[in-house]
Design a binder for this molecule. Structure first.
Ligand SMILES: [Zn+2]
Ligand SMILES: [Zn+2]
Length: 320
């Protein structure tokens, strides 16, 4: 099958990658669209030592492996779990100790014509959500995870650091919950989105760092974001970390101790919440898609995704 493979730090287009073989309980999905996210770029820089087909944000159509799902348009959760380990047995299967993760850890991803995943990972898409918007279900679910982990209400002062792909989704989700929200970014192009959505936003250089936010969500994708976050958060506030980067920068943790900050790591989230929000039009993602490339131009697509004039770059896995 045609696929985009991580090789020597680059996304390489391969015409005849071995087709994926479904295990017991797995379905074969024809991929319709896949999205490039910061994690994919970090994987190419060496994060997780990943090799294989890239891609974990996608939408597709089930072509084999399940009579109930055959022909249905789906999105799918990316953690493939054992169901037997202590984490799985205690209801924390997204932390399964034996897991593989689509396009991230031990499993070929979705930037290919076909992908295999356990049937139970699949969620059928309502017709109202188009193929392109559906690619956002996975990162949007990750944005919803914040609200599952940290209590946020209309009085909570929340800052979202980073107005990139993930930051903009987090901003929309938190704005929908209702809180005193400020998005802090560097890129005027992405900050414009906030303006259009009537979400308070400001350039990072214009923000007073007065240690007065109850919750700061770090979604910059850069280690520098951590330090800025610590200058914005109030004592005993909660810092939510959303970025995964390949680097291992030294961090000064003294402010965490002195201000008794609660640090919350946050990764994958609830798909049903994301699907419902998209179907109801409570989150707007179409305008975030700034370019779509065919799979064979994958390398160009990745180059584009790193440029500041682009927000979400998609791959059309069906186009020749
Ligand atoms: Zn992602
Ligand atoms: Zn397990």
């Amino acid at each position: 099958v045609k696929a985009l493979v991580a090789q020597g730090g680059r996304p390489v287009y391969v015409e005849e990658y071995p087709p994926p073989e479904p295990d017991d309980g797995e379905v074969v999905i024809q991929v319709l669209r896949a999205g490039i996210c910061a994690t994919d770029i970090e994987l190419l820089r060496g994060y997780m030592n990943f090799t294989g087909v890239l891609g974990h944000e996608f939408c597709g159509r089930v072509v084999a492996g399940s009579e109930t799902l055959k022909g249905k348009r789906v999105v799918a959760e990316i953690n493939c779990v054992c169901g037997r380990c202590d984490m799985c047995r205690s209801g924390l299967s997204s932390h399964c100790r034996d897991r593989t993760v689509l396009g991230i850890k031990g499993r070929d991803g979705a930037m290919a014509e076909h992908v295999c995943l356990p049937e139970r990972n699949c969620h059928v898409l309502p017709d109202r959500i188009g193929d392109e918007d559906a690619v956002f279900v996975e990162p949007l679910a990750a944005a919803f995870q914040i609200a599952k982990q940290v209590p946020i209400d209309e009085r909570t002062r929340v800052a979202v650091l980073g107005s990139g792909r993930l930051g903009l989704l987090v901003a929309q989700v938190l704005s929908g919950i209702g809180c005193q929200l400020l998005v802090v970014g560097r890129n005027p192009k992405t900050l414009e989105y906030c303006e259009r959505w009537r979400i308070n936003s400001r350039h990072v250089d214009d923000v007073e760092r007065g240690r007065d936010f109850d919750v700061v969500v770090e979604a910059t994708g850069s280690p520098a974001g951590f330090e800025i976050a610590l200058e914005m958060i109030r004592p005993r506030g909660t810092l939510v970390l959303k970025s995964t980067t390949a680097g291992a920068e030294p961090l000064n943790l003294a402010p965490v101790v002195i201000d008794e900050i609660v640090v919350v790591g946050s990764r994958c989230g609830p798909f049903p919440d994301a699907i419902e929000a998209l179907a109801a039009g409570r989150v707007e993602v179409s305008s975030m898609i700034t370019k779509t490339f065919p799979l064979r131009r994958g390398q160009e697509a990745f180059e584009a995704a790193e440029r500041p004039d682009q927000v979400k770059v998609l791959l059309d896995t069906t186009s020749p």
